[in-house]
Design a protein around this ligand. Structure first.
Ligand SMILES: O=c1ccn([C@H]2C[C@H](O)[C@@H](COP(=O)(O)OP(=O)(O)OP(=O)(O)O)O2)c(=O)[nH]1
Length: 522
């Protein structure tokens, strides 16, 4: 995540954008540059923890899956995302599988450790999940106030009428809620002032978009970003918002949220939901799908892809990196937010919709736990007095992800780190020592020596496979060996591109949820 001044610099370098870019967001982004200029404010606005967990739960609902939704002939069950939080730390990221709901997955995966945990659901969980979660002693259940898991919006077998089962489930959930100890309710907080604009600017200015811009000097990345964002807003709104107001009111009343049906609470709630959906759309637009993906760093640009080691699909890599980008909006570094997520691939398929993947840890760059924000130096290399610089104090995203991991790193399994910034020399030995097998990142900083922080070891790192956000190997090969008409990757689809395409095609569910993953936006 970059700062507003970096984005402003980008504008200054491309004055033609103002006239050439057709997207409606251009004006907003430009104006926001002055609103959230970090030179003036010293720090960009942050996401609250509750909103971060809510956004992660929505994003988990869209986790790329091969399995179909849970289908029952009497009721339409919506796939649901879930974040498990203990001591204010994320210890589980789950989504419904083909057989089990997200809440059931959490019970299986965490068991009694769920006691005193807080759960954030992308939908109100059904009574079957709720009774088990109450029974195991969770301390809090927060849910997104849209259509619940047992849909009150979609009819069964194409019928318009909602099923009697879903209505009975809503009544049972309410009874469980009123008779149980954990607090069960909505956690949708208002965004900090200027956060929406800040997220839009910093997503547009992030290393991933910058890399695309560097690789394709003619590419209008602003236009690409804005189109992708608009497409995301449309897709996510269909998934997470209930557009007809009266229909939303009816559902809120059925799931025990009558108080939200009154004005001004109803409009406030809808506005907060829309704002969060738009934040998610901006962050998800920061890795636009065009010719770029995560490709093996050490592979030479040849037509043969046989040397490419197996990794997760492009879709999954992109999904996990967007999780890391969401985490970065909790940074305490006044200048740059960094997020990291560690996932491992188990030997056999788990019960999650994530297949064999399970969360090992996640984090963002921040001062040591327990410190009062602002008591440590916050300046960067521009501060001449080195004692006032942040570098000796700040804990890096990877360091937090490793320190507060929720599962072991098993040497026999493939453990993958997704991080929004090239790992620095302080983190490289930790990553290696911890047994991380693959890194998915950007290498924009690789080879740089900034004095107090250096990025010299990443290139020479051995024993860890590096998947770097870059043009596909084949596109690079085509650019280097073919005529100028291929220089922008506009040639016909060849083997690796077909492979990338297959990665995308293999997931029907995510395809319907995220058409931007495979639809050329420009
Ligand atoms: O592997 C890494 C590398 C860095 N960081 C964090 C630590 C610190 O909070 C910030 C430092 O980033 P950078 O190298 O960009 O320094 P800067 O002074 O913010 O930026 P620049 O010198 O490029 O203007 O990034 C991580 O979390 N993980």
């Amino acid at each position: 995540m970059e700062t507003a001044d970096a984005v402003k610099k980008n504008h200054d370098l491309n004055p033609s954008c103002a006239t050439s870019c057709k997207c409606s967001e251009y004006r907003d982004i430009k104006e926001a540059g002055t609103l959230t200029n970090t030179e003036v404010l010293g720090h960009g606005p942050r996401l609250s923890k509750a909103n971060l967990f809510t956004l992660l739960s929505l994003w988990m609902e869209l986790f790329p899956r091969e399995e179909k939704e849970v289908v029952n002939k009497n009721v339409f069950t919506r796939g649901t995302g879930l974040v498990v939080v203990r001591d204010q730390k994320v210890v589980g990221l789950h989504c419904s599988g083909s057989e089990l709901h997200a809440g059931q997955v959490a019970v299986i995966r965490h068991g009694p450790k769920l006691a005193s945990s807080e759960l954030y659901f992308s939908r109100k969980p059904c009574a079957t999940c709720l009774k088990m979660l109450i029974n195991v002693g969770v301390s809090r259940i927060s849910f997104w106030p849209g259509d619940p898991e047992m849909s009150l919006s979609v009819g069964v077998n194409g019928m318009d009428s909602i099923s009697q089962e879903a209505v009975l489930d809503a009544i049972a959930s309410e009874k469980l809620k009123s008779n149980s100890r954990p607090h069960i309710g909505v956690a949708v907080q208002p965004l900090a002032l200027g956060l929406q604009q800040f997220v839009m600017e910093t997503s547009l200015g992030c290393d991933f978009v910058e890399r695309m811009s560097g690789d394709n000097p003619g590419l209008d990345t602003r236009d690409l970003f804005c189109r992708q964002r608009r497409q995301n807003i449309s897709t996510f709104s269909q998934e997470f918002l209930i557009l007809p107001e009266q229909h939303h009111r009816d559902i809120l009343a059925k799931i025990g949220l009558e108080n939200f049906c009154m004005e001004p609470y109803f409009s406030n709630l809808r506005q907060k939901m829309t704002d969060l959906v738009e934040v998610l759309a901006s962050v998800a637009a920061s890795l636009p799908v065009l010719q770029h993906g995560f490709y093996w760093k050490d592979s030479q640009p040849t037509a043969s892809e046989s040397s490419q080691p197996p990794g997760v699909s492009q879709e999954t890599a992109r999904h996990c990196t967007i999780q890391a980008r969401l985490l970065a909006y909790r940074t305490e570094d006044p200048k740059i937010g960094v997020g990291a997520v560690i996932w491992a691939e188990g030997k056999s398929a788990g019960c999650d919709g994530t297949g064999r993947l399970y969360l090992v840890g996640c984090g963002y760059n921040a001062y040591p736990v327990g410190s009062e924000y602002g008591e440590y130096p916050q300046m960067d290399t521009k501060q001449e007095d080195r004692q006032r610089r942040k570098y000796r104090y700040i804990i890096h995203a990877e360091q937090n992800a490793l320190s507060f991991r929720c599962d072991e790193i098993r040497q026999e399994e493939n453990t993958m780190l997704f991080v929004t910034k090239c790992p620095c020399d302080e983190c490289i030995p930790l990553i290696q020592g911890a047994g991380i097998k693959q890194i998915y990142t950007t290498d924009l900083d690789s080879g740089k020596d900034k004095g107090d922080i250096t990025y010299l070891r990443f290139n020479g790192l051995r024993g860890v496979q590096k998947f770097i956000w870059q043009k596909s190997t084949l596109t690079r090969f085509a650019s280097e060996h073919a005529g100028p008409h291929l220089a922008n990757g506009s040639g016909s689809m060849r083997k690796h591109d077909r492979q990338s395409e297959q990665d995308v095609q293999c997931n029907k569910r995510a395809r319907s949820a995220m058409p931007e993953d495979h639809t050329p936006v420009c």
